[in-house]
Structures are given as structure tokens and as C-alpha cells.
Ligand binder design. Structure first.
Ligand code: SF4
Length: 947
């Protein structure tokens, strides 16, 4: 080539010959993706611009889905264990043999005592199917992963206002002017929050990040509040104190839409102390401002009082708002009283409160949109207070998390910024108050289905799941006096309780997509021991373990029987309104996954989508709803179920394209072409909410009617927000000795002090059981943006971003211990010790250390080389966290959880740190290598059909 000629370059090569549209599953956000195919193989992945969730945006994980799809760690066939548990020694078997084994274990349990099966799933997106299956089996022991994730947030939101954040709702990104984000790493609701933050930045709206760690979303916040872990509740209640003091409360909103005017019994000797005054129909009463008389809260035309007193039968009653104001106006809630504990300055708390008030009340926005409320009153406009919030695990994974989350929801409500323009908005099927959810059930009947749904929302002590002798009915002790409102169960306690035989022994542990022997458990080393422990008879203490995963994760090695799942590009799924759909505040929407490539594991028996395998196992067991009268299968596979199952007449897993003509929205008979209609529509369905129904959803007549027409509700169900949660007071009354249902003595004081119907702050339990001078630091984990959620294998692209994880320490800690770059440290908690690399990070609360979660892998897992950096230098903080609190004076050990919901208190951890020798460069503890049932991945990867 001479210097004047140019090489022939194809600058726009044809990258694909076909595009297939489905839903990403590299994390839980459920973005739409366009999968580019070439010669029938996946070539690359881009975002779907038409999709309501991500509008074309794709994150690093989403792109790296191709690597996960072709990962060498994919399982290839069903397997039965042939070596010791934990060794990783398996023999591949046929699906027939796998089902024979599972049936031989499960059928006798079902016929005799279904509670001997504990079925728990991880971060899957098919909980409406798995819960239905577990209910049909008849075991009370079912839940998903919410108990160790964010049940505090979800339950607090539902009990307070009928929904929380993320799937439940979102800020009005187009209108909000001040946005506060609490305890959110850059993982949750990933692409939607990134898109939303982009909109705020474009408009110059202010973002305040409240997080001990300034990374991710907090790094781009206009103001960072580097709060001390576990003190968010103090901070929020101080904001409420300031707003009350300044009179910056939306009183009209409180009167119309909340229980602020409800009259509360104030006689401490009354068995109804703290309960609402009610009329003969059981309706709570409010004081009518015009007459001064009590009337039912929903009486048309009533303007109720927020202060006042009413005496009836010798008992005084006062409105909720008055009790609330008196509670939070006390000096112990003032910024001056809490700033030190929060690690903040008094002025900063006061200024943020003033900014919230200014934006909410001086910058209100009005939309010219008439609407009609639930009492028939017509409004010409929609008025908004453009302040919004988002929060997640950082404030909820504490033993005081439920009350902290409640406090945040109350702050939103006092500002009048929920379901208004510029505020927080619900996404269908929310709003849905606790009273509209089912109560939990535990009625076990051998050979029959459970007597109702497992999980739900208790309204008082009579709803707890206790046996006649008062012992827990569930293996995880959910819905007991220890944690009465455990709406998502306590997955993190299942293995520990099953191993201890407390409250009873089980026979088979069946888990899906839950890496319990590694990053999804507290006390990881202890859990591995429990899974492999043998009794005096030489048998495993947990006799049988069935596990389903797509990849050779750490947990696979601990199972006796493996049901291999597909990758997300090989499966059918429905992201359903019955479960966790993709709705937006302006629309109902759901979506599917479908096999853009067929499962293919050459030379092996092959894999099946777990949900298909579950249905087929259900047919083997003859479970009701899964078989016809002649015992034949009702559904051939999950796709068949998605299309033909009806949860209620006309309502099924997918809301779109229903009915024979495919025109039904939300309601309609099954459509034999429904999945094809979704595929042709880009993998999703969306139905926009009419303009007059877009805000005030709990009280908007047009929204309520629209929701009924779509099958979201069966009847209109307007309700008011619960500043004061009366069911909590019912538990407190019991703890004070009232009623037939009484807590055990050792839990009486805990119930009384924590179940306050108005939020309280108390120190995280860890702080009360360790010497805070000996363990002066808080220790946290966050999932990195590129690695959030554990079902994706450690793939080559993402390993280049995070192959190891240091422990980040603040400049103060760095200087105190004379750390130098490359140093290692010993980190010790009351439970254990780890040896890890350290790195300095100044954008960090001075009393906190932290690391990325789940970068560290066990040698031998995930088809990684045994000397991979993840196994040598990567580490888990989980080794330091005990699932139990230390023994008490009475010999009891309580779960390391929130005492209201049972949420795992991951973030209560306290540690001390000291400099360690720099050699060897291996993190400790270092579990011995597992044998990999799928061999090792290649050293180098290149695209050649498969990586
Ligand atoms: S945010 Fe989650 S669902 Fe969306 S593209 Fe990224 S990995 Fe996929």
C-alpha cells in the first residue's frame, strides 16, 4: 500500500441478521433489550428504545449479558451428589431420574406432614408461581428473599401508605424540584434512577444523597449527607421536628387523605388504649369541625379537626395529629439533640428541613386537570409539592429499619408530597393498603393444599402464625412475637433454624436462585457447616437439599439434587402484575422473556427453565391446579401456564392482549396467541392511565374505576394513609397484658417498646450488645453497579471492572493505623475475623468502613481458576456477621433482625481494624476449593459461536 491509498474498511458491518426483543435479567430492573442474532446465535445486546423501563438505556451488566449467556459456569444437566456435601462432586443424570428422586422425597412428605418441606426462592421474578406451587403442596414454609433484602421498606410503606419505593412507585422525575435519596447504592432500580437523575440534572433540580458512602448516585448528588449508619431515623425525625416547629405541614392534605384526624383512646387503663374510637359500623371517628361532634371519617362534606379532645364514657380521645405533633416536638427530636449521633452538623439538618419546606410550600405546582375524589367532591386542578424521596436497603437493613422507613414515609406525607405532581407516585398495582392484602396462613393439612397464602399483613396478635402450644408454625419463625409483621418471611434464618431443629426439624430444603452458602447468608462459614453437619446417626442434620440455579455457584456444591436452570435468553418468563411488574406511574405494563435461543448443552441432558421444571414436578406430585381430573398435566410448561392459568376468572399472569381477540386489557379469557402478541409488541404490553386518573390514586374515583376495569382491584378501594398504624398498637396492648393473645414473658418488653404506632428511633441492637469502644467502626457492603445481584456468573467483561474488592476506610482511619497503599488489615467483629486489602476513601463517613459485596468467590465456584483474584484477594464481609445476637441472661439467642419484620440487620455490623502483614496476598478466611461440576473456563475468551 502506498502512503496515498487507504485500506478498505467496512465501518458499518452488518452485526446481525435478526433482532429479538426480550427482557434483561442481569439484575432485577427488567429493562427491555434488543438481542442481535447472527446465524442463530446471540451476537450482541442493546437497549430497547420503546421499552417503558429503560427507554433504550443499557448498563454495563445488560451489555455483558452475552458473556453470562455463554458463561463456562453454566450447568449442563441435572445432577445428583456423589461425594460429600460441599465437595462439589456430582454425577449428571437424566431429567426423569431427577424427577424420580425429587418425587420420592417430596410425595411422602406431602402425604404425612407437608411442613417438612421448606421451599425458599431468591431474587427470582416468578413469586406468584412459586407461592402458588408451595400453597398447592401444602407447606407453610415458603418465602422469597425479601426478609434479607428490604422488607422493612416494603412493609413500612404498605402499612403506612399502601406502597413503598421501586416497584411500588417512583418520584415524579419530570416535575420534582428537590430529590432526597437515602441509603441507595448504585444498584437498585438502576437504569430508571439513572434516567431520572439525568432529568433532574437537566432541569437543575437539587439532589441530596444521604448515605455513609459517597459513591454512585451519591457521588453526583448536589449535597452529600454522610450520615452514620443506623441513625437515619434520628435524622428524619429531626427533619419532622423542624417542619412541625415551623408549621410547614400540609394540613389540608392530612385532613383529606390520612388518618391524622382519627380520634385515639387516651386512657392507659382501657383495653382499647391507643385504638381508634369507632362507630357501630366499626368506622373510625373524627371530630367534625362544624359541630364539634364525632362523625365517621368518610362522611361526605365533613371538615375534620386535627386538634381537640372528645370525652366518651369517661375516656378522652384526641386526634392522631395532635399526638404526633406532641411526640416529635419534644427537645430530644431537635437537631441539636441528634446531630452528633448522626455524624452531622446541626445547621445542615436545619437547612435541609428549611429547603424541604421552601420547595414544598413556596414552589408548589398546579396542573389544570379536573378530577373527582372518592367522596364525590370535584377539584378543578391538581396541586403538587415538588419534593420527592427514594430509599432502599441502607436505611432498612438495620434492626431499627422498619421504624426508620415508617418515619421517612411520614415525612413525605406531612409534606403532602405523595401522589401529587412533583412528588412520589405509585405504580400499579399499587397503591394497595395493608388491609387489602391477604393475611398470612399456616393451615397444614396432609395431602392437601395450605389453607391460604403464606405471606401477608397481620392486623393484630390473632393473625400470628403460632401452633396451639404457642410455638412458631413456620420454620423461619415469621409472624411470631419475635417479629410479628414479617411480611416477606425470614429466608436468612431457614438454614440456621432447620439445623437447630428449632422450632422443628425438616426433611427437605428446596431452594432456587439463592446463594445461601456464600453471599446470600450472614455467617457464611457457619452456614456451610450447618449444611454439611451430620447427627449422631451419621445422617446429615438437614437430610435433603434440592437446589436450582443456572450456574455453578457456591451453593450448588451443598445440594444433593440439582435442577439446572436456563440462562435468561433461553427461557419463558412473565414479569407479571400478579408479582413484580414493569409498571410506571403513568401506565400499567408487564413483559415477558422468551427463548431467543433454545437451551442447548451439547452432549448433556440439557437444562430447563426452573418454572417449567417446578410445574412438571407439581404434575408428578398431583398438586391441585396442576393436574386435570385424570391426573394428566394441566400445563405442559411455563409458557403454557403463563398463557392459560387464571388466578381469578379473567385475570392471569399476563394482563395484555387477553381474550380470544387479544384486545382485553387486564381482564379477559386466555388468548392462545398471547405470548406471540407480546413478542410482536417488543416483549411488553403497556396501557396508559387516563389524564384525570394520573395523580391522587388512592382517592381518585377515575383511577379506582380504571384499576377495577383492568383487574388490578376487584372493587374500588379508596383508603387513607396511616400516619398512626393501629395494628401495631394492638400488639403493644397485648404486651401490656390486654387480650387473649399474649406474648411470652421474655418478648413482652421488646414488643411494647418497638411496636410503637408512631415511629420511634432506638439504637440498632448490635450497638447494645458490643462494646462500642472495642468495636468503634460501622461496616457495610454495597453491590456495585456492574455486579448487582448474584444470579449472573462472574463474567469476563465485568471481571475487568471488579476482579477484587478492597475494604475502603476513611482518611481518619487510614491515618490512625498508618496504612500505606497495598496494605492489608485484620478486621474483627464480635463474630469473627477477616484479613483483607485496604484502600483509602475520603468520601466516607469517618466512623464507617465498607466493601463491594459478592466480588469475592469461593475457589472452584463459577468455573473460575482456583487462583482467580476473586478467590485469592476478593472477600466477603458476611463472615463477620452473625445471624444471631449474643446469648442473653435468660440463655436465649435472638435473631439478628428487625424485631418487627425480621429483616436481616446486615448493616448493624460493628468492627475494629488493625494493620496486618502484607504477605501472603490472600484474603482470610479462605475456604478450600470446591470441585467444579462444570470444569474450568478457558483462560482467554473470544467470540466463536460460544465464548
Ligand atoms: S439495569 Fe439491570 S435490567 Fe437494566 S440493563 Fe442493566 S442489568 Fe439489565
Amino acid at each position: 500500500m502506498n502512503r496515498h491509498s487507504q485500506p478498505e474498511l467496512d465501518t458499518s458491518p452488518e452485526v446481525s441478521d435478526e433482532i429479538r426483543k426480550t427482557t434483561c435479567y442481569m439484575c432485577a430492573c427488567r429493562c427491555g433489550i434488543n438481542v442481535h442474532m447472527k446465524d442463530g446465535k446471540v451476537k450482541y445486546i442493546e437497549g430497547n428504545r420503546d421499552h417503558p423501563v429503560n427507554k433504550g438505556v443499557l448498563c454495563a451488566k445488560g451489555s455483558a449479558g452475552i458473556m453470562t449467556h455463554y458463561a463456562p459456569s453454566r450447568l449442563r444437566a441435572p445432577m445428583k451428589r456423589v461425594g460429600e456435601r460441599g465437595s462439589g462432586e456430582f454425577q449428571e443424570i437424566s431429567w426423569d431420574e431427577a424427577f424420580d428422586i425429587a418425587e420420592s422425597w417430596l410425595a411422602p412428605i406431602r402425604e404425612t406432614n407437608p411442613e417438612k418441606l421448606a421451599f425458599f426462592t431468591g431474587r427470582d421474578q416468578s413469586q406468584s408461581l412459586t407461592s402458588w406451587w408451595a400453597q398447592a403442596f401444602g407447606t407453610p414454609n415458603y418465602a422469597a428473599h425479601g426478609g434479607f433484602c428490604s422488607v422493612n421498606m416494603a412493609a413500612a410503606g404498605i402499612y403506612t401508605m399502601g406502597g413503598a419505593f421501586w416497584e411500588f412507585g417512583a418520584p415524579d422525575w419530570d416535575r420534582t424540584k428537590l430529590f432526597m435519596i437515602f441509603g441507595v447504592a448504585e444498584d437498585h432500580d438502576s437504569n430508571p434512577i439513572k434516567i431520572g437523575l439525568g432529568k433532574l440534572k437537566e432541569r437543575g433540580a437539587k439532589v441530596i444523597g444521604v448515605n455513609p458512602i459517597r459513591s454512585g448516585y451519591n457521588a453526583i448528588a448536589d449535597e452529600w449527607v454522610g450520615i452514620t449508619p443506623g441513625t437515619d431515623g434520628l435524622f428524619i425525625l429531626a427533619l419532622i421536628h423542624e417542619l412541625l416547629k415551623a408549621g410547614k405541614i400540609d394540613l389540608d392534605y392530612l385532613i383529606r387523605y390520612t388518618n391524622a384526624p382519627f380520634l385515639v383512646n387516651e386512657d392507659p387503663n382501657s383495653p382499647e388504649h391507643g385504638l381508634f374510637m369507632r362507630d357501630d359500623d366499626g368506622k373510625p371517628l373524627v371530630l367534625d369541625r362544624a359541630t364539634g361532634r364525632p362523625v365517621a371519617f368518610d362522611t361526605k362534606g365533613t371538615k375534620s379537626d386535627l386538634v381537640g379532645s372528645h370525652r366518651h364514657a369517661g375516656v378522652s380521645h384526641r386526634p392522631v395529629f395532635q399526638l404526633l405533633a406532641e411526640k416529635y416536638l419534644t427537645p430530644d427530636h431537635a437537631p441539636e439533640a441528634v446531630a452528633d449521633a448522626c455524624g452531622l452538623k446541626v445547621d445542615q439538618i436545619k437547612r435541609i428541613a428549611a429547603e424541604l419546606a421552601h420547595v414544598a410550600f413556596e414552589q408548589e405546582i398546579t396542573i389544570d386537570q379536573p378530577w373527582t375524589d372518592w367522596k364525590g367532591e370535584k377539584h378543578q386542578t391538581m396541586t403538587g409539592r415538588p419534593v420527592s424521596f427514594h430509599a432502599m436497603r441502607g436505611i432498612s437493613a438495620h434492626s431499627n429499619g422498619f421504624q426508620t422507613c415508617r418515619a421517612l414515609h411520614i415525612l413525605q406525607i406531612l409534606l403532602g408530597s405523595v401522589e401529587v405532581p412533583g412528588g412520589f407516585r405509585f405504580k400499579p398495582p399499587y397503591p394497595k393498603p395493608a388491609s387489602a392484602h391477604p393475611k398470612p396462613h399456616c393451615g397444614v393439612r396432609p395431602g392437601r393444599a395450605l389453607n391460604g397464602p403464606h405471606l401477608g399483613f397481620v392486623q393484630g396478635p390473632e393473625d400470628l402464625l403460632l401452633k396451639e402450644d404457642g410455638s412458631p408454625a413456620r420454620i423461619d419463625k415469621a409472624f411470631t412475637w419475635e417479629n410479628p409483621m414479617s411480611s416477606h418471611g425470614l429466608m436468612h434464618m431457614v438454614i440456621s433454624n432447620a439445623h437447630a431443629g428449632d422450632p422443628y426439624k425438616i426433611d427437605t430444603l428446596f431452594m432456587y436462585m439463592a446463594n445461601m452458602s456464600w453471599n446470600s447468608s450472614m455467617n457464611t462459614a457457619g452456614v456451610m457447616e450447618m449444611l454439611t453437619d451430620r447427627g449422631e446417626d451419621g445422617e446429615y442434620v438437614i437430610p435433603r437439599i434440592i437446589y436450582s440455579d443456572s450456574y455453578s455457584s457456591e451453593m450448588v456444591a451443598f445440594a444433593d439434587l440439582i435442577l439446572p436452570d436456563t440462562t435468561y435468553l433461553e427461557r419463558h418468563d412473565c414479569i407479571s402484575l400478579l408479582d413484580r411488574p414493569i409498571c410506571e406511574a403513568e401506565a400499567a405494563a408487564d413483559s415477558i422473556r422468551w427463548p431467543v435461543v433454545e437451551p442447548d448443552r451439547p452432549g448433556h441432558e440439557g437444562v430447563r427453565g426452573f418454572q417449567t421444571a417446578l410445574i412438571q414436578l407439581g404434575v408428578r406430585l398431583g398438586l391441585p391446579g396442576m393436574v386435570n381430573d385424570d391426573g394428566s398435566a394441566k400445563y405442559a410448561d411455563y409458557a403454557d401456564y403463563i398463557q392459560n392459568h387464571q388466578r381469578r376468572p379473567g385475570v392471569g399472569p399476563l394482563a395484555g392482549f387477553r381474550g380470544k381477540d387479544g384486545k382485553g386489557k387486564g381482564r379477559g379469557q386466555p388468548n392462545p396467541n398471547q405470548i406471540q402478541a407480546y413478542i410482536e409488541n417488543g416483549g411488553f404490553w403497556i396501557d396508559h392511565i387516563p389524564d384525570e386518573a394520573l395523580f391522587y390514586k388512592p382517592w381518585n374515583a377515575a383511577y379506582q374505576d380504571w384499576a377495577v376495569a383492568r383487574g388490578i382491584y376487584d372493587a374500588v378501594q379508596p383508603y387513607v394513609f396511616q400516619l398512626y398504624v393501629e395494628p401495631m398498637q394492638r400488639f403493644r396492648l397485648a404486651a401490656e397484658g390486654h387480650g387473649d393473645h399474649q406474648p411470652p414473658e421474655h418478648l413482652r418488653e421488646q414488643v411494647r417498646s418497638t411496636m410503637d404506632p408512631l415511629p420511634v428511633w432506638y439504637p440498632p441492637f448490635e450497638e447494645t450488645v458490643v462494646d462500642r469502644e472495642e468495636f468503634p467502626l460501622h461496616a457495610l457492603t454495597q453491590r456495585p453497579m456492574a455486579m448487582y445481584h448474584s444470579w449472573g456468573t462472574q463474567n469476563a467483561w465485568l471481571r475487568q471492572i471488579h476482579g477484587t474488592n478492597p475494604l475502603f476506610v476513611s482518611g481518619d482511619v487510614w491515618a490512625l493505623h498508618n496504612f500505606e497503599p497495598g496494605d492489608w488489615a485484620l478486621v474483627t467483629s464480635r463474630h469473627g475475623q477477616i484479613r483483607v486489602p485496604v484502600a483509602r476513601m475520603d468520601a466516607l463517613n469517618a466512623r464507617t468502613v465498607w466493601t463491594w459485596n459478592a466480588i469475592g468467590k469461593r475457589a472452584g465456584a463459577w468455573a473460575l481458576d482456583e487462583n482467580a483474584p476473586e478467590a485469592k484477594k476478593g472477600f466477603l464481609l458476611n463472615h463477620l456477621i452473625d445471624e444471631l445476637l449474643p446469648e442473653r441472661a435468660d440463655g436465649q439467642r435472638w435473631s439478628n433482625s428487625d424485631p418487627i419484620t425480621g429483616q436481616a440487620a446486615w448493616f448493624d455490623l460493628r468492627v475494629k481494624i488493625e494493620k496486618a502483614d502484607s504477605l501472603p496476598e490472600t484474603s482470610q478466611p479462605h475456604a478450600p476449593a470446591q470441585k467444579s461440576p462444570v470444569g474450568r473456563g478457558p483462560r482467554d475468551v473470544a467470540y466463536g459461536g460460544e465464548f
